[in-house]
Design a binder for this molecule. Structure first.
Ligand SMILES: [Zn+2]
Length: 236
């Protein structure tokens, strides 16, 4: 694997990673978060490769541009800042060959594992911790607000839906996104109030919003804040 650079006709430099593989028969191009990677069989003349890259340069530059416009993914490293109930908490990664515990002291989320650079394992553990915390937090809020609304406490499920923070189906089951537990409490309160109000009105009529307002008087502000916050809550 080597880092290469090609000078395009427009004077632009195109950096790429070159991977030579004995098993390949054709040249393959891939553009992702790491930029352009070119897989080639052995014994491909450099001029052939460079001609192909020049021929495909419009496509390559367009794909590279698309990746640059994406929001940056969360960086799983020691000292990274996470959000929990609207507060900044610090991710602390520790090497420990025997203990694989995850502990939270209110300011730091400490993840111990034999290989602290195993980011997939860190990510899985942290997501599990968030899901557990989300279930506890959402369940308590639903109990409190359901009592206030005068309805039986509905069953609650965690969701991982890309497009919505909460939902309520015709069976009266409520689903809330686990990532919502990163948000400040008043925002979670609004989403819970919104879904519970659907137990009274399965629509977004003025009567529905009146129920929401009964549970969450400042719902309009919380709703707008959630909209602004959404992209950052999805980073994790
Ligand atoms: Zn709704």
């Amino acid at each position: 694997m080597t880092r290469q650079q090609l000078l395009l006709h427009g004077g632009q430099h195109l950096p790429y990673t070159l991977k030579v593989s004995a098993r390949r028969r054709t040249i393959g191009l891939r553009v992702d978060a790491n930029g352009l990677t070119v897989h080639i069989p052995r014994r491909v003349p450099k001029t052939t490769l460079e001609q192909l890259l020049r021929d495909k340069s419009d496509w390559i530059l367009r794909k590279l541009g698309e990746w640059q416009e994406r929001p940056a993914a969360f960086e799983w490293r020691d000292g990274a800042t996470l959000q929990f109930l609207g507060n900044d908490i610090t991710l602390s990664l520790r090497q420990d060959s025997r203990n694989r515990a995850l502990t939270f002291d209110g300011a730091q989320l400490i993840v111990a594992q034999p290989d602290p650079t195993d980011m997939l394992a860190v990510r899985r553990k942290v997501a599990q911790w968030y899901a557990k915390a989300a279930r506890a937090d959402f369940t308590r809020r639903i109990e409190l607000l359901a009592a206030k609304l005068g309805v039986p406490t509905p069953p609650v499920f965690l969701s991982n839906a890309k497009t919505r923070w909460g939902s309520c189906n015709s069976r009266g089951e409520i689903r809330l996104h686990w990532r919502l537990v990163q948000a400040p409490p008043h925002i979670i309160h609004y989403v819970v109030a919104h879904e519970l109000a659907h137990l009274k009105e399965m629509n977004h009529s003025p009567q529905f919003w009146a129920w929401v307002a009964m549970l969450c008087p400042d719902y309009a502000r919380a709703r707008a804040e959630l909209k602004d916050l959404s992209a950052s809550l999805h980073l994790l």
